[in-house]
Design a protein around this ligand. Sequence first.
Ligand SMILES: [Zn+2]
Length: 242
Amino acid sequence: MNLSDHSLRRKDSIIASTTELGMKMTAHHVWQLSNRFPANLFNVYLVEDVLIDAATRWDASSLLKQLANIPLSQVALTHCHPDHQGAVKQICATRDIPLACPEADIASMEGRTPMLPRTAAIKIMQLGFAGPAYSVQRSLHDGDEIAGFRVIHTPGHTPGHVMYFRESDRVAIVGDVLRNNHPITGKIGLYEPPAVFTLDREENRRSIRKLAQLRPALVCFGHGPVLYDMEQLDRFVARLPS
Ligand SMILES: [Zn+2]
């Protein structure tokens, strides 16, 4: 359970409860799986029966344990980076479910091209966290629908990066377009993804603006806690370099 009492009081229309498995509900049919200390380090969400992202290879057994007895139809990635694709192979193979991946990230997910950007930081991260290459069964495109969420292409961090947006209650699951903790100190707050892990910062800023223009009510990040304060997002976007 990592929603603060404060945020629960502020957003009482959103039910937060802890299951016996340690997952918590962040919005209707959206569950955040619990991860190892520190909280919100590598976030994984369950949307109906779809797993969004798969943390690192070290998280596979914990994720599988939390997902035991829970129906799963597929894993869908926001992008192909070591801290999002790490447990893909173990989860998909163990549960016998397909993998959906944004089209422009498929080659790196399948190990045919390197993960981007081709920086030393990504290579080190791969050594530490990445899971094996795995074949993609579904190619994701802008406008596709997954479990009631629309796929929105938000390139920049990687070429294929997507976020997932549900119009009915304006929930956004945004991967690494933006993060809600500092990558080194862990201090909670909005930050752009680190430059060393981002292919095109300018393009990613356009994707951040695309997120803000959707007027989300709640934002779920790849890193950091859920954000309910949309004025904070607007202030952040207003300060972004143009
Ligand atoms: Zn990440």
